[in-house]
Design a protein around this ligand. Structure first.
Ligand SMILES: [Zn+2]
Length: 151
């Protein structure tokens, strides 16, 4: 399921329905709203934040949000990130691959994308004759503004 950021939500959702059908899942307005919320967010969101945004459009319970997120995660469509300091699990739609720098002091997550790193990964996959379905590199550390506070 190749997803291009340039496509609009309806195109994306159509692809999603085709994929979900293979798993015996059909259209649901709640799932559509959650996907819409995720699609339009550039940041990782917690389940609470997703529920809050979805409730602008539809009545939805937190367990339903979690169920839907688990379903999407199992399909490989969700990028999750556990953020310090409260170990909050956050979710982002996997429209493109991105790696992260995560600050262990303030929890800021900075996405980055490095072409050379990506090329090296392809090389590794080839060498091991391995097909990857998911990839993420997370570098944990201390961000610049937290480093300044330490001094
Ligand atoms: Zn920080």
């Amino acid at each position: 399921m190749a997803m291009d950021k340039k496509e609009n939500f309806n195109q994306f959702y159509e692809k999603f329905l085709n994929l979900a059908k293979n798993y015996g899942h059909y259209d649901s307005s709640q799932r559509e709203v959650i996907l819409r919320v995720l699609y339009h967010s550039n940041a990782h969101l917690s389940a609470d934040e997703i529920a809050c945004r979805a409730r602008k459009y539809i009545r939805i319970s937190l367990p339903t949000v979690y169920n839907t997120l688990n379903f999407l995660e199992n399909l490989g469509l969700i990028h999750t990130l556990v953020l310090p300091p409260f170990k909050t699990k956050t979710y982002k739609l996997k429209l493109d691959y991105h790696d992260q720098l995560v600050c262990i002091k303030c929890g800021t997550a900075m996405p980055f994308c490095d072409k050379k790193l990506r090329e090296k990964e392809s090389e590794i996959l080839q060498n091991y004759n391995f097909t990857a379905i998911n990839r993420t590199i997370i570098l944990y550390g201390v961000c610049f503004s937290c480093q300044k506070k330490q001094r």
